[in-house]
Ligand binder design. Structure first.
Ligand code: CA
Ligand code: CA
Length: 285
């Protein structure tokens, strides 16, 4: 018995240090940038290193400028890269700006898959979508796109509701986008996609809300607990007023525990009260 115990202890001692951590193998963050200039539309791309796949996505636009509209943070069907981009609004701006895309990459993860849903392609001014992961899988990250509405519609709602497997409730994500205050005559649509996988150790979505007021420009920073790191991000704007005057400009996954969600009122503002809420997907390091 004593010999067995000694062997077990020896085996434990022999474990390399990194084997004691429960985190996702091969995790790393890659950021890609567009050019910086005043072209009306831009896109940036972040590619995972060979052999790794995207498990989380973020991105945004560089400038603090209400004339800039984030139009998507998309994970490729191959799960190899993230693309993020934006437009100048219908009034345009002479400011220089750029787009950036962030990929959280890792060794292939058990059960990882991309689930995509699309809205009808029509002229409704507000579009919403919702979907969930297949049985047993949870949402690691969300991607989205506002398609065929150049500079005329923006993201107002992207949220994740965690599942309660004990009660048979699956995790779900919701997206909503709205035409700007002057509307848009042509047809457009939105796409929402989830990165789903069997839940990695410690997966948890945390939520942070800012103040409800009419500040024209807001950022919230949801922070993962000690011992975790962020892999995904979502953000919503709560208001009783018009979402057509509010847009999310950045959904960024930081290099450590923080995500950053930025939103602003449109170029001529609004007196409506609104609140920005950010969410971060956290996993054990
Ligand atoms: Ca318009
Ligand atoms: Ca306005």
């Amino acid at each position: 018995m004593r010999l067995v115990l000694a062997l077990v202890l020896a085996a434990l001692w022999a474990q390399p240090v990194h084997a004691a951590t429960a985190g996702i193998p091969g995790l790393e963050r890659v950021v890609g940038y567009s050019t910086i200039d005043s072209a009306q539309t831009k896109s940036a791309r972040a590619d995972c290193p060979f052999g790794k796949v995207v498990i989380g996505a973020g991105g945004g636009l560089s400038a603090v400028n209400p004339h800039l509209v984030l139009n998507g943070i998309k994970v490729s069907d191959t799960l190899r890269h993230v693309e993020a981009g934006g437009w100048e609004d219908e009034n345009g701006t002479t400011a220089n700006w750029m787009a950036f895309a962030t990929a959280i990459c890792a060794d292939p993860l058990p059960g990882l898959e991309k689930v995509t849903v699309r809205s009808p392609y029509d002229s409704k001014p507000v579009k919403t979508l919702s979907t969930g992961c297949p049985d047993g899988k949870e949402i690691l990250s969300v991607g989205w796109e506002i398609d065929s509405a150049p500079s005329q519609a923006w993201l107002s709602w992207l949220s994740v509701y965690e599942g309660r497997p004990a009660y048979g409730i699956r995790s779900r994500a919701f997206m909503s986008a709205s035409e700007d205050q002057t509307g848009y005559d042509l047809d457009w649509w939105i796409h929402l996609h989830l990165l789903c996988a069997f839940p990695p150790p410690g997966l948890d979505w945390v939520r942070t809300g800012g103040l409800p007021d009419s500040t024209p420009y807001k950022t919230v920073e949801p922070v993962c607990p000690q011992g975790k790191r962020v892999i995904g991000v979502a953000g919503t704007m709560e208001t009783d007023g018009a979402r057509s005057q509010l847009g999310i400009r950045q959904l960024e996954v930081g290099s450590s525990r923080s995500a950053f969600v930025t939103a602003s009122e449109d170029h001529d503002g609004t007196t409506d009260i609104w609140q920005l809420v950010g969410q971060a997907a956290c996993v054990d390091t």
